[in-house]
Ligand binder design. Structure first.
Ligand code: CO8
Length: 372
């Protein structure tokens, strides 16, 4: 069975934080923290800077689910009130906003979906599966489950969904990727405080020939995943976190939020990323040159430029490999799909593109797409 991406939905929170605003709040906190450290005779923390952030990452701005708590130097975390079990949970609501847009884009009714996969880097809870909550809210049939693979979560779910449709097990699968990364970010960590933003995406995978084909959709020619264990991007947050403490009734997040060895990741993903791209495309008798467009993981502008330079043997411009990172920050598994949604309407029938994400794990996921 041939398969297609029949619709894409993107939901980006309206509120945004510029580098200058983020750095001002970090430095205000650092000033107070350093007074406390000086009193204890400890080393000071160093200030953050907008120039560094722009130069090192290419990020100018990020959109966030909740702004004020993040910028409050006394809090440095979004404020998201608890909800009762009877209310729709935060990540289900966020995912639904993208899911409804994907349904609209695909021209599909919720009752025509027979599987929902919720796949993201920062799940809200172990169970009940968020995907089932989304299934109920939409009124979809069949089944639903959660999965995840760091920033490759959307591509991993696309890999699973494509092969489930190909096998005939399901006819129409909705993949939902709600990424509320600011909920798990340590805004007091100078190395990572500037990297992430929030966004949710969703897309529909279905068998070709299910209904009258329309232009502007993508045939999925093939998908692939690569993984190799590394602790260079890691979170240790989980139900075991509290058990290392004297008082397990208090949840201490210290040291259990996102951490990374950024410069090692940069070097390792550059090598693994371009190799994956060349090898994956070769498997379909394609080369980087035969791709009209690359929708790559949105983590670092320099990193993507270097991956493409190695894959092509020359510099590649933003028309070939569009970036949304400057505006949105790194939106984890949502980023590459946002780049796809925003940059495909000018493509001609028969043109090819590569959707490719890099993530913690390490993990890389790719999908070769052909404009219908
Ligand atoms: N303000 C000012 N100065 C700073 C700041 C700051 N906020 N942070 C660090 N510096 C300073 C450091 O102190 C250091 O100075 P010194 O040498 O005097 O100590 C100097 O800047 C350089 O520090 P780094 O080497 O840490 O900085 P980098 O130039 O490497 O930039 C980045 C840091 C931007 C994080 C960069 O390393 C990066 O983007 N790395 C790639 C990893 C990444 O993208 N992470 C994002 C999240 S993970 C993800 O999305 C998936 C990644 C791919 C996975 C791999 C799949 C195979």
């Amino acid at each position: 069975t041939r398969t297609a991406i029949a619709g894409i939905g993107v939901s980006i929170p309206q509120t945004a934080i510029s580098n200058d605003e983020l750095v001002a709040s970090y430095n205000a906190w650092a000033g107070k923290e350093n007074a406390r450290r000086a009193a204890r005779g400890e080393e000071p923390v160093r200030e953050s800077s907008s120039d560094f952030i722009q130069h090192a990452s290419g990020i100018l701005n990020r959109h966030v689910y909740e702004r004020d708590g993040i910028l409050d130097p006394e809090r440095m975390a979004p404020y998201i009130p608890a909800r009762s079990d009877e209310e729709l949970s935060v990540l289900a609501e966020f995912g639904l906003s993208a899911a409804r847009r994907a349904l609209g884009d695909a021209g599909t009714k919720a009752e025509d979906i027979d599987l929902i996969i919720c796949s993201n880097s920062h799940p809200q809870r172990p169970y009940p599966a968020l995907a089932i909550e989304i299934q109920q809210a939409l009124g979809a049939r069949g089944a639903a489950f959660d999965m995840g693979l760091g920033c490759s979560s959307a591509l991993a779910a696309l890999h699973v969904a494509t092969n489930l449709v190909r096998s005939g097990a399901h006819r129409r699968i909705l993949v939902v990727v709600p990424e509320l990364v600011t909920s798990h970010l340590d805004f007091r960590d100078r190395q990572t405080h500037f990297i992430f933003g929030d966004a949710a995406v969703a897309f529909m995978v279905e068998a070709l020939g299910e209904r009258e084909e329309r232009a502007g959709r993508f045939e999925i020619i093939g998908t692939s995943l690569w993984t190799q264990f590394s602790s260079n991007i890691r979170t240790n947050f989980g139900h075991l976190s509290r058990l290392a403490q004297d008082d397990p009734s208090v949840l201490n997040m210290e040291g259990n939020l996102i951490k990374q060895v950024g410069n090692k990741v940069f070097k390792e993903v550059t090598v693994a990323g371009h190799q994956f791209i060349v090898d994956f495309l070769a498997g379909f008798d394609h080369t980087p040159q035969t791709m009209r467009r690359f929708w790559l993981h949105q983590a670092n502008a320099r990193m993507n430029a270097m991956i493409l330079k190695l894959a092509f043997g020359e510099e590649v411009g933003s028309d070939r490999a569009p970036m949304v990172l400057d505006r949105l920050g790194n939106t984890a598994a949502a980023g590459a799909v946002i780049a796809l949604e925003e940059n495909h309407r000018d493509m001609k029938t028969g043109e090819y593109g590569l959707l490719c994400a890099f993530g913690a794990g390490y993990s890389i996921g790719g999908a070769l797409l052909r404009m219908m």
